[in-house]
Design a protein around this ligand. Sequence first.
Ligand SMILES: [Zn+2]
Length: 418
Amino acid sequence: MNKNLQHDFKSGQIPFCQICNSKNLFDFLDLGYQPLANTFISKKNQKNNPVTLYPIKVVRCRNCGLVQLDHIVNQSEVYHDEYPYIPSITGVVNDEQLEFAKTCFEKLKLKKNDLVVDIGSNDGNLLRHFKNLGCRVVGIEPTDTYKLANKNKIKTYKSFFDKKVSNFIKKKHGKAKLITATNVFAHMSSLGSVMSGINNLLDKESFFVFENHYLGNVLENLQYDTFYHEHLRTYSAKPLKFLFDSYKLNFFDAYKVSRYGGSLRCFVSNFNLQTSKSLKKIYQNENKLFANDEVYNNFSKKIYKVSNNLQEIIHKINNKKQSIVGKACPARAVVLLSYNNINYNKIPYIAEQKTSLKLNLTIPYLNIPIKNSKVFLEDKPDYILLLAWHLKNPIIKKWRDLGLKSKFIVPLPSVEIL
Ligand SMILES: [Zn+2]
């Protein structure tokens, strides 16, 4: 491993590339100061409680191509005990996790009793699918959701993942044939410790598989709402190769999957395997499509334009005294709302499905409360701003089937009223 590289970051401003450490950074998007996207407050804590805002500025490394935030918020503040996210409560996510487990099991030729360790394992739902396939499983989860996993008989330890934890697992459960990380690998500020932990815990001829939102989709669909304090890095294949090379790991395959508006699923081994055709094609596309400053300048120009458009539409609706509310509050909703200055004066509430952990809480700073979405059938709002716009088809269909006639405003990649 390349000892000269620094991959463990302190909170605060970070003036160098999180992967290759170059200082040649190009600053292309400033989303201002925003509250943390997964820190909601209850009504009783709302009064007189100060809210901390942190900058979201996005930069690109001209050396390796990584897109990253230039400010890191303390991880225990971001992943606090009441972190309100359990993916498996949405049917779509459960299906995707099942597919992920089956794909890994078959493609990597896993055997019964092989150990699978999931980093950031949440309620253990992904591991449950591996367990059903006959694997032994261990989860590592920093928030209190680990209790739910253990209740569901998925062995889970409460911690961030690092070398110390990897030693503990090795001692207690043996070495891992597969380590997985879905939607957490772009988030970690202690990337170096995580990498050493992975190297330490993998058995010989073993694998690390992860999935994260992909720069290609972010650029293509103007998904600036994926830039929030948790997403320290927005990956593309080229900088990932640089990272794994520096830990003597072999990045051998990757392909795009649809999760969260477009993710890249990546396969890494600790032994030699040929680079797949699919990954070679991704490298070629990246070299062609996102290798210069111009692409990023255009990206931010388009964002300014689509945001102005959205703000004008909402302003008109507010002025005409028509009703407008929000639907769905994934983390990205907080970014879109904050950046467009949409607070409770403009949108009096956001509705979430009845199983949401965010019900009856309020988005700090914007002061928008979250209600149960059955309220739509009573309120029949004129307009609904669809904040989980990447899921527009199933959401709109569901409400049309229930007879709701409200117009849906889809904010991205261009403003549509449906
Ligand atoms: Zn770099």
